[in-house]
Design a protein around this ligand. Structure first.
Ligand SMILES: [Zn+2]
Length: 285
């Protein structure tokens, strides 16, 4: 029975973590009735008992308004006032101290931005918090802690927000619509410009679908700059070619080049001149 209950508690905590971004350490905001009941039921230190219940680190809070209300209740609650001193006081910024119920409601607001678990023995207050999305409610029942399962309303809100995330909202839809309209406009413009040139009309129509789908993918039909393609393998990855050095020929060429014209010239030119020299030599001989 106890294991089953714990499973249910873990499931509830998972729901608030997944749908309303609750994170450890879990913050529990208590009112006087809860603290008093915990003392009565001898459930031990609040943070430890609550950590065991929620399966994670916890931080337990009260507010100044809560403590103030307890003080007003007289001697029989002095032990409870002492117990609240071991808890953290959350700042509620109520200059004029309010009732604990009003203070807790103000702290939670419409969407519980601080992600508080609310711990109270006040049934009316618990009923109110069930109608606020993302507010888990705790109480002491039959001398043990009880985490209420999420209300139908909270389940509904979670489902709706999930559906919202799954689909486009109105603004997103409008943005997409205008973007599509612009695309079509530009497409029509480019098509009419193409008609003016006259040529390749059938080809254009043929490739209409293709180019349209390309535009949807934002792929340009023609590259703006043609890239130079590598001719042959990457020279940096290859072994260097061995230079075939023939000392006699180079020496000869150098000598003849020097002979024909006094300055250094490119080898190709030299070769031609070499031929001419030989031809002329033959003619002479
Ligand atoms: Zn307050």
């Amino acid at each position: 029975m106890r294991v089953k209950k714990q499973k249910q508690n873990r499931k509830t905590v998972r729901f608030y973590k997944a749908c309303f971004a609750f994170r450890e350490p879990y913050k529990i905001l208590c009112d006087g009735t809860f603290v008093h009941k915990m003392l009565e039921s001898r459930l031990g230190a609040a943070s430890e008992a609550l950590s065991a219940l929620l399966g994670g680190h916890t931080k337990v809070f009260v507010t100044r308004c809560v403590i103030n209300e307890l003080k007003k209740l007289g001697e029989s609650f002095s032990g409870t006032v002492l117990a609240t001193r071991r808890l953290t006081t959350a700042r509620c910024n109520h200059e004029m101290l309010k009732s604990a119920a009003e203070c807790l409601e103000a702290m939670v607001g419409t969407d519980n931005p601080e992600h508080f678990f609310i711990a109270t023995q006040d049934a009316g207050l618990r009923r109110k918090f069930r109608q606020v999305p993302g507010v888990p409610v705790l109480l002491v029942q039959k001398n043990s802690l009880l985490l209420e399962t999420p209300s139908d309303y909270q389940h509904q809100v979670a489902r709706m927000s999930e559906a919202e995330r799954m689909h486009m909202n109105e603004r997103e839809y409008k943005v997409l619509e205008t973007r599509e309209a612009k695309k079509i406009e530009s497409h029509v413009d480019s098509a009419s410009a193409h008609d003016m040139s006259g040529d390749e009309l059938p080809k254009k129509i043929e490739s209409e679908d293709n180019s349209n789908s390309r535009r949807m993918l934002a792929v340009k039909d023609q590259p703006r700059f043609k890239r130079k393609k590598a001719k042959g393998p990457n020279p940096l990855s290859c072994k260097k070619k061995k230079k075939v050095v023939n000392p006699s020929t180079t020496h000869n060429q150098g000598f003849q080049a020097e002979g024909t014209s006094g300055e250094k010239k490119r080898s190709r030119k030299r070769k031609r001149r070499h031929h001419k020299v030989v031809e002329s030599g033959e003619a002479a001989g």
